[in-house]
Design a protein around this ligand. Sequence first.
Ligand code: DLL
Length: 433
Amino acid sequence: MIWNKTFECMSREEMRECQSKRLIETVQRVYHNVPAYREKMQQAHLVPEDIRSVDDLHKLPFTVKQDLRDNYPYGLFAVPMSEVVRVHASSGTTGKPTVVGYTRKDLATWSEVIARTLTAAGAHKHDVIHIAYGYGLFTGGLGLHYGSEKIGATVIPISGGNTQRQIQLMHDFGSTVLACTPSYALYLAEAIDESQYKRSDLKLRVGVFGAEPWTETMRKEIEEKLHIKAIDIFGLSEVIGPGVSSECEHQCGLHVFEDHFIPEIIDPKTLEVLPEGELGELVFTCITKEALPLIRYRTRDLTRLHYEKCKCGRTLVRMEKCTGRSDDMLIIRGVNVFPSQIEEVLLKIDGLQPHYLITVDRVHNLDVMQLQVEVEQEYFTDRISELQGLSKKLQHSLESALGIGVDVKLVEPKTIQRSEGKAKRVIDNRKLN
Ligand code: DLL
């Protein structure tokens, strides 16, 4: 089934026309309403009239996460706050979160692209959708929520955590669609085996998994263990949240809802646009958003684009599964974590040295992050009793800064290997590439 045949199956020529029209309008709007964009365009010697079709997209300057930070919290909004009806946020590289806003029309657009996502995954109005993505500032829970209601399904807004209860309610409420991160899906699969329920007691049929990278091997494992079809869904808060692209039942690339978000692939070093099929950094331009219409936003996600029509009938461009990034952002249990955020926390605590090593593993399908930090020598000689207090303090500060628990291990000075070049701060043993 296809939710919106007009836009999901239009010819490439019609799509270009639609994109051109919307791009021209968007550029006019940001130029006149967002001082930061006007300055960027002026620096590039551009006026809105220079953008006459999608072929001119490459002339526009890029937007990066730092721009959102420099204009924190609402500086890039293109409408007055009286028009903004919702705000979400995700972690930034340091300290402050990345803040995104939605007008009423933006929320309608979001529901529309989620309705397309769910329909592409095979969900419909007779489904009971168990949403175990986090509700709150994270876009996962509420993003999936309204699109699920739009297709007329029954929504269980359970949010994350309390796995035994999740299983019990999945059973009692007859959930047929599971929405959560792929690693949580695997964790649930194991937890079901250990619970009083058998997989055959549950009605699950489809899973819509995203918010973090996952491999084909993980997909196979989830599908076998949960006896469901596992569909990859992709998105990022800055663009809208979930609902930027999604797989269909053929599971051969994620259809990008390009009548709303135009994708490009660039070389992250030269910033040149790359031809179809080449691996590079994914860039999006939002052409229908009112509150936060980001222009050429660099996602840092690495992938390829393919334009041939899919077996399902959709003509939308497809992106390959994202498995890598061009920066050092880690995704731990669906939460974005930058090593710089950790560094910032430990530099504020007396007694700790800025020598640290982050190790990420997947234990029983759950991400665990360990942080080793060097402590000043005196803590190991005459202040051993304070060591535990220091460790607790660090653990608390990290938890409040990152929103997830970190296993902290304090070590003696000079135990962490020094590097002659760029320090190696992260060992990721999850093998996602
Ligand atoms: O993770 C939005 C989302 C929620 C997507 C629920 C899908 C499902 P952010 O917290 O802003 O937004 O994180 C965005 O997560 O740039 C990618 O690096 C990564 N990511 C999201 N979906 C996928 C996916 C949400 N399917 C960042 N595969 C993005 C790989 C993904 N990486």
